[in-house]
Design a protein around this ligand. Structure first.
Ligand code: SAH
Length: 503
């Protein structure tokens, strides 16, 4: 405990008082900690925030521990809505209020008085106390007494586990924009949305948009008088107070209600790693009951309790599609997993093709996009695909080489930059050499060519070579080739294609 003095060395200096941020818990006074009660009992000054009406929830929680000898400091917010005639606007008004409030507390501390600032819930968790802490804790001996948050209180009242095992719990202020809420809610396992009230309609739309309404719960005034819990879907939005939260509980502990009908969603997981997995795709992977996909791609998806995985080899796509659709027909929520984007040389078409046949007429199929390899690879060197470009697979397993050759020639003569997927494998080794010869008929030998292998993965390697030096031996299943147009520039490590042609 550092002892701070107000000033000077003369005998009569008063040691400064101590500052406490006191968490009071969510509302029920019996949920205050023993330490919070002790600190309040020993404090000279008890401070609390309130709106202009003067009623303080924090004070009412602590009321039974307040004595007439306590000096009470009301810190009354000048504004609660965001309209004010302060020259600095809402922010300016608040800044001035916090500075003035901190000065009042500092005066007590300088006079040697112990100051307890009351905070509903926990002081460091979205609380007003923090504004005092930031202004005073570096100058005065300070202690924060943690409190039970509304998050814990809400989970306790719902009687459902909030997060278990490796589940991620996301805490969101309801004041965020709707789309931001939607993305976060879609991607997370469990969630608590705080600060409802006026934000309620937005929050409920976001929960719905994220597909989480069936499992979403609502808790109003947890552990306070007038407490209420309900399914979020049933809440009348006119009646929602600020002291309420929306909760998406643990999916492991209480799985969301089974969907009424099975469905298939074809998901693109991006070229590698969670940085390139969209929030929507992440959420869909978590919500699926069954995962179907090529072993290599499925291995990238984290295991979740209760989910069935059906890995397969990379060969017969239509069989995999049929398998997924059959599961869905039996009522399961099925995710078919592709790398990159599922519509780019991947499973989406195969699933839709089979789904168009009679037995699957009633199975809903959705496609969720992903970052495709071409764009991920391009980003590593700059913007080689910054102007018009063509996307061509060099695999002649599903189309004859003559078609590929024709397309390469057509794209090359149109001066399109190219993204070449599936350039080669252990068994397909000559396609890249043939492609180089075709392209050289239309393009200069020094045209920049980007060879990108395992982009975003642990063995990533990206090089730029002149077209004339493109070597089939440098290419495998995990490589994508980007070929520049006549305009593509290459300096040092950067490759880009300008968006305009010279006049
Ligand atoms: N649906 C995927 C493409 C599947 S075809 C997508 O949108 O990216 C498989 C080909 O994609 C590979 O042969 C390779 O050319 C390319 N590819 C996929 N991931 C890659 C990565 N991380 N790095 C380089 N190329 C990749």
């Amino acid at each position: 405990m550092s002892e701070q003095q107000t000033a000077g060395t003369a005998g009569e200096t008063t040691p400064a008082g101590r500052l406490y941020g006191v968490g009071l818990g969510p509302g029920d006074p019996s949920l205050m900690t023993v330490r919070a009660v002790e600190v309040i009992r020993e404090a000279d000054v008890v401070a609390y925030h309130s709106a202009r009406h003067g009623r303080s929830i924090a004070r009412s929680i602590a009321a039974r521990h307040l004595r007439p000898e306590h000096i009470e400091e009301k810190l009354v917010y000048p504004v609660t809505t965001e309209t004010t005639d302060h020259p600095g606007g809402y922010r300016g008004a608040m800044e001035e209020f916090y500075a003035e409030a901190a000065a009042r507390l500092a005066a007590h501390l300088d006079a040697g008085r112990t100051v307890a600032v009351l905070a509903e819930g926990d002081p460091m968790f979205y609380g007003s106390y923090m504004h005092m802490h930031k202004r005073l804790a570096d100058r005065y001996d300070t202690e924060v007494i943690p409190g039970v948050t509304s998050v814990s209180a809400a989970a306790a009242r719902l009687g459902t586990p909030l997060a278990e095992g490796e589940e991620v719990l996301t805490i969101l202020p309801g004041t965020l924009p709707e789309e931001e809420l939607t993305a976060r809610l879609a991607a997370t396992d469990a969630a608590v949305v705080m600060k409802l009230g006026r934000t309620f309609p937005t929050v409920r739309r976001a929960v719905t948009e994220a597909g989480r309404l069936p499992e979403a719960r609502y808790v109003e005034r947890a552990t306070m008088d007038g407490e209420r819990t309900a399914p979020l879907a049933d809440v009348d939005e006119q009646t929602v107070p600020y002291f309420s939260v929306a909760v998406l509980p643990s999916r492991v502990a209480s799985p969301p209600p089974a969907p009424e009908h099975g469905s298939v969603v074809v998901i693109g997981t991006g070229p590698a790693g969670p940085l390139w997995l969209t929030p929507e795709a992440r959420g869909e992977l978590a919500a699926a009951q069954d995962l179907v996909g090529y072993t290599t791609y499925l291995d990238r998806v984290p295991h979740r309790p209760g989910q069935q995985r059906h890995p397969s080899d990379n060969k017969v796509e239509s069989e995999r599609a049929e398998f997924a659709l059959d599961l869905a027909r039996r009522g399961r929520r099925v995710a078919v997993v592709s790398s990159g984007d599922p519509g780019v040389f991947a499973m989406a078409t195969a699933v839709l093709e089979v789904a168009a046949t009679e037995p699957y007429a009633d199975v809903p199929v959705r496609v969720v996009p992903g970052v495709t390899a071409a764009n991920a690879a391009a980003s590593r060197v700059g913007a080689p695909l910054g102007h018009d470009y063509a996307v061509i697979s060099l695999s002649d397993r599903l189309k004859p080489w003559e078609v590929i050759a024709q397309r390469l020639a057509a794209a090359a003569s149109a001066d399109l930059a190219l993204a070449l997927y599936n350039p080669g494998s252990r068994s397909r080794t000559w396609q890249v050499g043939k492609a180089r010869e075709l392209l050289l008929e239309h393009r200069a030998p020094d045209t920049p060519v980007v060879l990108a292998r395992d982009v975003g993965g642990p063995t990533e390697r990206v090089r730029t070579v002149p077209l004339a030096d493109l070597n089939p031996a440098d290419v495998d299943m995990r490589t994508i080739i980007l070929v520049g147009s006549s305009q593509t520039q290459h300096t040092n490590n950067t490759v880009w294609t300008p968006r305009r042609y010279p006049d």
